[in-house]
Design a protein around this ligand. Structure first.
Ligand SMILES: [Zn+2]
Ligand SMILES: [Zn+2]
Length: 300
């Protein structure tokens, strides 16, 4: 079977986001995930016109056909304190504006932490924040790297491992958040599936049967048609540990079978897949090659 067309990694944007495409090419990536700005700053320096121009030139030149952005970890869309909440929403608006200029099709966002308010209240708070952010960016639209017609960048809610009071570890949370949104906003909110988070949250994708059952469940509850990005990570911790510890592909508790299954699961092949393993540039080049090799041999 042909390998999925878009496999890559979260590559560094150190020195400027326009330097990322060449790093993607170096590891044999056809897609990538990036941060658009320093993750530790609430108000990062805006992108310059020349950076954006270079980006649009360098993505195709380096064979990068799909890109997603990962939003800042500082933002919490269900923050309790008024100040933190408004800062988080403003930061997300800036992120969407930067991402739209870069023509990426999605901004991956961890839903948030309920900070003791409980999961139902937390999901409602996330939806309120998303509604505000989407309302205030309703004019955003533009050309996308993936060559689609002018479109608004989407928010992709990532499922989480469920550490602490993190929301989004149960598929129901993602469904709830989307359900609370107005229909026109819901169109701009998809999902991102992280294999490590899925497994750590208690969905055992390590076997063929578990792989199939998990995605059937996700499809019933949230819908596979919402998925705009995949994060490929093995897990250092066991299924249900609710600990977020990424491992190299095939090296952790998930093991090879899940990733071999993915390489043969055509439901996911139109979706960009980014490694977030601790393997580094050389390791990512090997993992991308390994995944493509698995696509070329029989399914498990
Ligand atoms: Zn993430
Ligand atoms: Zn992830």
């Amino acid at each position: 079977m042909a390998a999925p067309p878009w496999i890559g990694a979260h590559v560094s944007a150190a020195g400027g986001v326009e330097l990322a495409p060449a790093r993607g090419a170096e590891i044999g990536a056809t897609c990538m995930q990036v941060f658009t700005a320093n993750q530790r700053q609430w108000e990062p320096r805006p992108l310059t016109d020349s950076q954006v121009e270079a980006w649009w030139e360098l993505c195709p030149l380096n064979g990068i056909e799909r890109v997603v952005v990962h939003a800042s970890y500082l933002a919490n869309m269900s923050a309790i304190e008024e100040d933190k909440l408004s800062k988080s929403r403003d930061a997300m608006i800036l992120e969407l504006e930067r991402s739209q200029r870069l023509g990426v099709h999605g901004v991956v966002l961890h839903p948030g932490s309920h900070m003791g308010a409980g999961e139902d209240a937390g999901n409602r708070a996330v939806a309120d924040s998303l509604s505000d952010v989407l309302e205030r960016t309703e004019d955003l639209c533009g050309p996308l790297i993936c060559g689609k017609k002018e479109e608004a960048v989407r928010i992709l809610l990532e499922n989480t491992a469920g550490q602490g009071s993190n929301l989004g570890w149960r598929f129901e949370h993602l469904a709830d958040i989307r359900r609370h949104l107005k229909a026109e906003h819901r169109e701009r909110v998809g999902t991102c599936l992280d294999t490590c988070h899925t497994f750590a949250a208690g969905y055992d994708i390590s076997t063929k049967a578990g792989w199939n059952a998990t995605w059937r469940e996700f499809d019933d509850i949230v819908g596979l048609d919402t998925v705009g990005a995949l994060h490929l990570n093995d897990s250092k911790r066991e299924c249900g540990s609710r600990r977020d510890r990424h491992d190299g592909i095939g090296k952790g508790e998930i093991g090879e079978t899940a990733f071999r299954m993915l390489m043969h699961d055509e439901r996911f092949h139109h979706i960009p897949m980014a490694l977030e393993t601790p393997s580094g540039m050389e390791g990512w080049a090997e993992e991308i090659a390994l995944l493509r090799d698995w696509a070329a041999v029989a399914a498990p």
